[in-house]
Design a protein around this ligand. Sequence first.
Ligand SMILES: [Fe+2]
Length: 285
Amino acid sequence: MLLNNLDEYQYWRDEKLAHAPTQLNDCIVEIDDAFNLRLAEKDKILSLCQQGNFALFQIQPIEQYDKAIISINTQLGLKDFDQHLFVKTGGLAHITQSDKKDQGEFIPYTDKNLGWHTDGYYNAIEQRIRAFSLFCVKPAVQGGVNEWVDPQMIYLLLHEDNPDVVKALIHPKAMSIPEHKVDGKVRRATSTGPIFFIDELSKQLSMRYTQRKKHIEFFDSLEIQQAVTYLDALLNTTTDYHFKHLMKTGQGIVCNNILHKRNAFTDDEDNPRLLLRGRYFNRIE
Ligand SMILES: [Fe+2]
């Protein structure tokens, strides 16, 4: 298979490089009616996701965005959603800065910088996040820019540079996140696994990763420590495949759990930044 067969890898690499998007403008799909996607709109989103694992979209201003986003995601085949702790309606979480103690533990609800990560990197395999959507209802007054890169492209670039690096990152115990306890009770079990792997369900090259170093343990070997340093260095550079965009009201992204980060932002206190996020156990195919 892809991870240990050079012929297969080279074929996959050539296909990937031939089709991978590099221009943000080519990746934005204008949606006329969120509740009734045209065939051309849907095809464009699906083909962008096949080639680069993400698509941006833009919808007309409406009163209530929740239902529109759930409808778009459902039409794209995203139905199997994660019952996240703070999901309000139909599988969408409202991401807004919160001072509530309980939510503050979860970084997305702060206004601080978020480093490169895939969503749900701490989840058990049964809860693996294969896709997510993020939609902007209200941007911040300042900041809050999103950046992202296709993890498959990161694998490819690392492999081209030094195959030993990806070999270290597919180690079955490469990255562990210790259990999460609240008042002595285990809320989430220890999560140990590879950084790059072939997802059993979709047979696709996938990734679980976070650049947070707090509460993260990498396997105790020089190869893996060095590979992680290599990976971080690549993420922190800019390649043709790194994207950066400040979402405006009405814009969103759907993706196969790509690597992403977010810059710090400043809110208008009376009208804070609000994003809607869906997380799904199935991919956009
Ligand atoms: Fe995230």
